[in-house]
Design a protein around this ligand. Sequence first.
Ligand SMILES: [Zn+2]
Length: 310
Amino acid sequence: MTLYSHSGVIMAQATCALCKSTNELQTSHIVPAFAVKYIKKTSLTEKFTSLENPNMTYQDGAKRKLLCGHCEQLMSEDEGWFAKNIFWPYVNSEARSFAYDYHLTRYCSAQSLRVLLYLESKHAFLDSPDLNPSQRMKLAEAVDEFRQITLLRARKPSRYQHHILFLDTASDMGAKVPWLPKFLNHYMLRALDSDCGVDSKRVLVYSKLASIALFTFIYPRAPKKMTGTRIHGHGTIGTPQHVGDNGLAEFICSRAEVVSLIKDHESPKRQAKLARRFSNTKRPRMGSEYERAAQADEVLRLLQQSGPEE
Ligand SMILES: [Zn+2]
């Protein structure tokens, strides 16, 4: 449907993925704009590479016309809370422990919903033949619940567990785990990523906002061997945390492998340009986070070369 505004500008109307109204849709970030802003501010080139299309560089994160203005506004309240109270203090190393209330559970539901709605609008994910009927049903039920929580501004926790993992460098693991991807630290600290992970044992929704990873477990609903990561109705979350689930570690490493593939295929011209920027002493102070990831990956490489510990 096409409407004309008073100024004569054509306004395309479509169905909002959240409230289902027919409306003019906003262009929505899939990974929130504050995380995109942080990566741009701390990058060498103010551009970044997408895991979906590694041969291109972008000035902005993945966006899609998904929600109406009203629904974007609904989501932005809790996004703003998360950015102010957890994201910025953590990435700026100002705090390692964070008190939270219903804003955080609601934000986690909304972020995972955003990922699922994005995948659905991009390639009808919820009808994908890659999903079996049971997985399809479980995901549809989760979408329904997250939609209700977001639209009704619910303050009670979701039936699904949300877990937040605060990431840091992993270079000291290099000698003990020789198969770690060589740009793992870059991925851990710098990557923006989101997806729905599905295999025969589990279904989860994943959002990675620089050094903070958010997992929503659709099936099974209660993951094992995770300490200090679960979000309840209210409480405090922070480091240290422990994840003893090898499947989850392998999932993160498999995403980091993609970064290694991208970096291996960067053209000599781009590598030279990055090296010039890297040696520029006038670069912004916040660029040091890029430097930290690069140094940790170098330590990882050296440890891996030196072989496993006796
Ligand atoms: Zn809407």
